[in-house]
Design a protein around this ligand. Structure first.
Ligand code: NAP
Length: 499
């Protein structure tokens, strides 16, 4: 099973001991004692070695050379003497860079980790990295590769290294550092890594992109992952703020599925999909990629095709459209979610006058989805020409946002970003609200927007953007698993996080 390892350092042996206790309390399996950074911070090497046997968790000892991102620049003989002493004092592992290891010394008791680091890129690429791993294994060591993902497509290199190295004596740990490589850390269990590096809450970690122990264990369920674990995720840029991992992982867990859902920060979605799509069963797609993969799908749902945007990828029947990425279907659960939220509030949309504010992605989806249900749409956008273009595509009226107060409507949908993160801003003047109408704000940060507050005060019925967010996630979950989503659980978790 993949063990969770927490790098620890500090300006004194006492500080290091305290961190080891914190790592144990956080449920890590072992610590990586970074002697190089601790010594640079002022700790004495002798005191660190003395503290080693009493640490709260078994320790891998690392004295990382400056050549590979560490802070050791002293004589090599001195470094080897410290490693030898760490071995005598019960280190569980010692980690030495392959490039600096000449084979003359090896630990008597500790496990040997031979490592390779690149803080700027993917080093020699898949073939070159495979060759390094082979040399590490030939030396009887655990192979450690830490390179830097330039985009999420690089994750596939790491995955192939891990799967090939996992069956070999010594084992492997391979990560792509940085936000684009985060999933390689979160999927360490599924990919058969010996170790998963994680940080303590409030610490920055020893390398870019380390998740917290808590997230690794409680959100991504590292210890439940295995090679059969199904992988789902969300692509976007940025994606770190997404609530989707929180609610989808909880839903997968509550449904007793061997599956995990991870964020993928992606800049080039087509390259990512072609490199990684074959091992990802389902994806959520968020900004700015909702149109980028339309041409990559075997099939598009009808609404995705007419809206020309999709937020979900799922799989067709096995064999349909071929294997790997060939049987992918693009869906738009945002559209269904908007309709569902509105129908709960107004009943049937047929014949209802729906005034859509905005002409961006969400407004577009709302306009097409309501039109498909027989509603009479008007689009009101700040940039009038953009609103007119959307209206022409949908087949409806357009009006400038500043003149929209004169429009008759039963349902007002805010598809602009006004109010997001700004509780005192609204796209709609309070005096324009009408009693008895339905006002739907797709913005859900904050949960209670100024638009909704003023709508309630005017006697309107309101629908909150969180309803749409949960509803689109429920639609995704059903497509991916064929089962029913635990909607209340998903709603409660999102509500707790946003509150
Ligand atoms: P988008 O494509 O960037 O479109 C933004 C729209 O807002 C444009 O029509 C823009 O008008 C308008 N706008 C921006 N600033 C404005 C201002 N100061 N006054 C008037 N109009 C303004 O964004 P999107 O993807 O459609 O997302 C819009 C909002 O939907 C997001 O902010 C998010 O809160 C919400 N959302 C909710 C969910 C959910 O599940 N509930 C999902 C996704 C998004 P111009 O054309 O004039 O620039």
């Amino acid at each position: 099973m993949t063990r969770v390892i927490v790098p620890i350092s500090g300006a004194s042996a006492d500080a290091v001991c305290a961190q080891a206790r914190a790592a144990r309390d956080a449920r890590a399996d072992l610590v990586e004692l970074r002697m190089d950074t601790a010594i640079t911070a002022g700790a004495s090497a002798a005191a660190l070695l003395e503290a080693l046997p009493g640490l709260a968790l078994p320790a891998a000892v690392t004295i990382r050379h400056a050549d590979e991102g560490g802070s050791w620049s002293g004589p090599e003989s001195e470094r080897l003497a410290l490693y030898a002493e760490a071995d005598r004092r019960g280190a569980a592992h010692v980690d030495i860079e392959l490039a600096r290891w000449d084979g003359a010394w090896r630990p008597a008791r500790a496990g040997l980790i031979l490592s390779h680091h690149d803080f700027t890129g993917m080093g020699p690429g898949h073939e070159g990295l495979s060759a390094l791993v082979a040399r590490m294994h030939a030396a009887g060591a655990m192979a450690k590769i830490a390179v830097t993902a330039r985009d999420a497509a690089d994750l596939d290199v790491i995955r192939r290294l891990c799967l090939a190295g996992a069956g070999v004596a010594g084992g492997i740990v391979a990560v792509a550092m940085g936000e684009h490589g985060l999933a390689s850390r979160l999927l360490a269990g599924a990919w058969g890594c010996e170790l998963a590096f994680a940080r303590l809450e409030g610490n920055t970690g020893s390398a870019p992109g380390q998740p917290t122990v808590r997230d690794l264990l409680d959100l991504y369920h590292l210890r439940a992952q295995g090679k059969e674990t199904r992988v789902f995720g969300v692509i976007g840029s940025p994606v770190a703020h997404s609530l989707s991992p929180l609610i989808h992982n909880a839903a997968l867990r509550a449904s007793a599925l061997d599956a995990v859902y991870v964020p993928f920060r992606v800049e080039d979605p087509v390259s990512f999909w072609r490199a990684c799509g074959a091992w990802i069963e389902g994806l959520s797609i968020t900004l700015p990629h909702k149109q980028a993969l339309l041409g990559e799908m075997h099939e598009l749902e009808e609404l995705s095709a007419s809206i020309k945007a999709m937020n979900t990828i799922y799989r067709g029947e096995a064999g349909e459209g071929g294997d790997g990425i060939g049987n992918a279907i693009g869906g738009n659960t945002d559209a269904n979610a908007i309709v569902r939220c509105l129908e709960i509030a107004v009943g049937r949309l047929e014949g209802r006058k729906v005034l859509v504010l905005g002409a961006g992605g969400v407004a577009r989806t709302a306009a097409f989805a309501c039109k498909a249900k027989g509603a009479i749409i008007t689009v009101a956008n700040r940039t009038e020409g953009r609103g007119r273009d959307l209206a022409a595509e949908v087949g409806c009226e357009a009006v400038a946002l500043e003149r929209a107060g004169g429009c008759a409507y039963d349902v007002l949908v805010n598809g602009t970003s006004v109010g997001m993160g700004k509780p005192n801003e609204s796209p709609w003047p309070a005096a324009w609200h009408r009693s008895g109408t339905v006002v739907f704000d797709t913005v859900y940060t904050p949960l209670e927007t100024r638009l909704l507050r003023e709508a309630v005060a005017a006697g309107a019925i309101t629908v909150c953007g969180l309803d749409m967010f949960i509803s689109q996630a429920v639609g995704q979950f059903c497509r991916w698993t064929g089962g029913e989503a635990p909607e209340h659980l998903m709603y409660r978790l999102a509500l707790e996080r946003l509150s």
